[in-house]
Ligand binder design. Structure first.
Ligand code: SF4
Length: 475
């Protein structure tokens, strides 16, 4: 039996890819093990950040007598550097054909190669692979891959290629199955979900209703009316509306949006879609119009502020997180100050702050990386201080509230960790009585430990910190 160890460095998309990698490998007879016992080491990484590449070099230095396979979003220039240092570099889009590719690669040691020869090719395409979800209650569902936007600093269009949207029916079926299985949080995933576009072509899931142009999602999913004609394009807001009509006890969210594509129709979904949680991740990247233009982002700081205002009008409790890059080529102190000012104005709940590093092959890599590393670190830390204050002030507004929380972890003491509907982490104090349950099989009474993990629970928020909340379980 071939033993493998999978290491993932990257964003949610890479983590979602890893769930599909595990599925293909396990179906092909591989078994997961620790890094030191593995015959095959699979590194799924993202070239978007230099830090991931540096970590791979660190692993390769320590690896002996193991077959190393590299995959993920890897830039051509990085691929070239790794070419002679690893056994195989595989494209994630080719995942269904990986076992076949293993067979033809001479560098796979004979012992492994012989076993691989027996593996079947199991799936027609990437999206048709059923992922092996790492969680039993939270799932990422990819709805598209690739990107057409070519932001100047970004490697994704080169590593993932152009946008490809997944068929509507496949997405609905996957989400529905997850809900039936008891999943509580479904996150639709794509580099820019806002530009999702597909057609309903497989009408086995849909039945024509009495009125022309209306279809019912059949009994296989649930009965609900939805006005849509054959071959009409389904955009992202429509997809959200379709999914959120699937009955069940679940939260729905999405990642990631591009401000230029955040339409009124999509913003209205926060009001119209019952299951859509009040959380929006909207990358700002910079508060300076000059830098936004140089980044090829196609919106201005004013556009961004307007969008946030609009979202907050529709959903006042919405929590907003963002991505910001400091030290983009030629970013002056004044331009950085524009970002700092905007951060204070918008009052983000969370921000993922990155110091610019050039990615080979991107448009920005041709520009002079002229902001000193020490200055980038200073700018990042200044933004972090602003974020700490705004996040804390936002969190303070939740103190005293009784809210629904999804419990994610519990320890042996009386403490659990969970997520609020607007995606904030909560440390929860649980009275011992809440962790016990009485059962009465055959008339006898037993007390067992109640499994709260993966359940919704009512929590009273008692304290706000910058990066999380604290509360106590009340139901
Ligand atoms: S929208 Fe821009 S930053 Fe996002 S994946 Fe596409 S190119 Fe990269």
């Amino acid at each position: 039996m071939i033993k493998y160890h999978l290491i993932t460095y990257g964003c949610q998309m890479n983590k979602s890819d890893s769930e599909r990698i595990v599925s293909v490998l396990e179906k092909s007879g591989f078994k997961s093990t620790t890094q030191d016992r593995a015959d095959i080491l699979i590194l799924n990484l993202c070239s978007v950040r230099q830090s991931a590449i540096d970590r791979v070099w660190g692993i390769l230095r320590k690896t002996k007598n193991q077959t190393v396979i590299l995959t993920g979003c890897i830039l051509p220039a990085d691929k070239q550097k790794f070419q002679n240092k690893v056994d195989l570099i595989l494209d994630i889009k080719d995942l269904p054909r990986w076992p076949e590719k293993f067979k033809i690669k001479n560098s796979i040691p004979d012992r492994i190669g012989d076993e691989i020869k027996n593996f079947p090719e199991v799936h027609p395409d990437y999206f048709s692979i059923n992922p092996d979800h790492s969680s039993k209650f939270e799932a990422y569902v990819p709805i598209m891959t690739g990107c057409n936007n070519f932001c100047a600093y970004c490697a994704v269009p080169y590593t993932r290629g152009r946008e490809v949207s997944r068929p509507v029916e496949d997405i609905i079926q996957e989400v529905h199955t997850l809900i039936i299985q008891g999943y509580k949080l479904i996150i639709l995933l794509g580099q820019n979900v806002n530009s999702y576009k597909s057609k309903i072509s497989n009408f086995s899931l849909f039945e024509r209703s009495l009125a022309e142009g209306q279809f019912l999602i059949s009994n296989k999913i649930s009965n609900f009316k939805f006005q849509i004609s054959k071959n009409t394009s389904v955009n992202f807001p429509t997809l959200l509306k379709l999914i959120s009509r699937i009955p069940g006890d679940y939260w729905l969210s999405f990642l990631t949006s591009h401000p230029k594509d955040l339409s009124d129709e999509l913003i209205n979904c926060f009001k119209e879609c019952e299951h859509l949680i009040p959380y929006l991740h909207l990358p700002l990247q910079s508060g300076s119009n000059k830098i936004l233009k140089a980044m090829n982002r196609n919106y201005t700081a004013t556009d961004y502020v307007k969008l946030i205002k609009q979202v907050k009008q529709i959903k006042p409790m919405v929590a907003v997180s963002t991505d910001i890059i400091v030290g983009f080529p030629s970013e002056t102190k004044k331009e950085f100050e524009a970002t700092a000012k905007l951060m204070k104005k918008i009052k983000f709940d969370m921000a993922y702050l990155a110091q610019y590093s050039p990615r080979p092959g991107t448009a920005a890599a041709k520009l002079k990386d002229n902001v000193l590393a020490t200055e980038k670190a200073r700018r990042r830390s200044a933004l972090n201080e602003i974020l700490k204050k705004t996040a804390l002030n936002n969190n303070k507004k939740m103190v005293g509230k009784r809210i629904e929380v999804l419990i994610e972890k519990c320890n042996n003491k009386n403490e659990c960790l969970g997520k609020t509907k607007n995606f904030k982490d909560v440390k929860i104090n649980v009275a011992p009585a809440f962790r016990q349950e009485k059962i009465r099989p055959k008339g006898r009474s037993y007390t067992i430990k109640k499994d709260l993990i993966g359940q919704f629970a009512k929590v009273k928020i008692t304290k706000a910190n910058a990066w999380n909340l604290e509360g106590k379980l009340i139901i």
